[in-house]
Ligand binder design. Structure first.
Ligand code: SF4
Ligand code: FES
Length: 247
């Protein structure tokens, strides 16, 4: 396949940035989107040009590092698919593809397609943990967990912290991410002890980082590679108001 790529190039956070057009050849339909960018970078390096900076790690949909807006949609718009799992067979030979970074005030651009998502780390540090001395590995059945709670908690725990929900939201809201993390722990016996403090602290940090408010447009759920449900936002709101009342 031959493609025309319009890629956001920006030297640093203080640079203005612009879309630059590149022609890339020898793209196999079986390549992932990131492998296609590797091919482009090899061609750029061979020509003595600066390669395009982009984030990736696991390249199998579990780490949450890959973060590209492809033709205007976070992760490219294929349901339940992270950028690293997106294959070039979904595109046409000769197609023009526009590639941009996540755009949100709380995710400042570092270089080209790489943004700083440490705001998510600080939200987790504010309360996304269970602070007990767990000792050795406990027996799997030592603490009974109702099946419905364990299934729902597992669904929430699938969030990989990629930030696509923020990038897709017109308000740059991080509610889906925070709701997944709050709900995941609140449903398990081990997480119930700190549930009030957790939700209050994580929401406080989310607001402090400059993420916007949720107006339930649902764009976050639509682009989420792990198909985290909007229902977790309702669950977090209930957790939050209960915690406020208790306080
Ligand atoms: S909720 Fe979905 S889109 Fe948002 S950070 Fe988690 S996995 Fe990514
Ligand atoms: S590179 Fe790990 S989820 Fe895409």
């Amino acid at each position: 396949m031959k493609l025309t790529l319009r890629i956001w190039r920006q030297k640093s956070g203080s640079d203005r940035g612009r879309l630059v057009e590149y022609a890339v050849a020898d793209v196999s339909p079986d390549m992932s989107f990131l492998e296609m960018l590797d091919v482009l970078n090899e061609q750029l390096i061979a020509r003595g040009e600066e390669p395009v900076a982009f984030d990736s790690d696991c390249r199998e949909g579990i780490c949450g590092m890959c973060s590209l807006v492809i033709n205007g949609i976070a992760h490219g718009g294929f349901r339940g698919t992270a950028t690293c799992q997106l294959h070039m067979r979904h595109f046409k030979d000769g197609q023009t593809i526009t590639i941009e970074p996540w755009r949100a005030k709380a995710f400042p651009i570092i270089k080209d397609l790489v943004v700083d998502r440490s705001a998510f780390d600080r939200i987790i540090q504010a309360g996304g943990f269970v602070s007990v001395n767990t000792g050795g590995t406990p027996d799997g059945n030592a603490i009974p967990v109702p099946k419905q709670a364990s299934d729902s908690s597992m669904d929430a725990a699938a969030c990989i912290g990629c930030g696509a929900c923020v990038a897709a939201c017109k308000n740059a809201s991080a509610m889906l991410f925070v709701a997944a993390k709050v709900s995941h722990l609140a449903m398990l016996p081990q997480g119930k002890v700190e549930r009030e403090r957790r939700v209050l602290e994580m929401v406080r940090q989310m607001d402090a980082e400059g993420f916007g408010s949720c107006t339930v447009t649902g764009s976050c759920e639509a682009v989420c590679p792990k198909e985290i449900s909007l229902g977790f936002i309702a669950q977090m709101n209930r957790e939050y108001f209960k915690a406020l009342l208790k306080k």
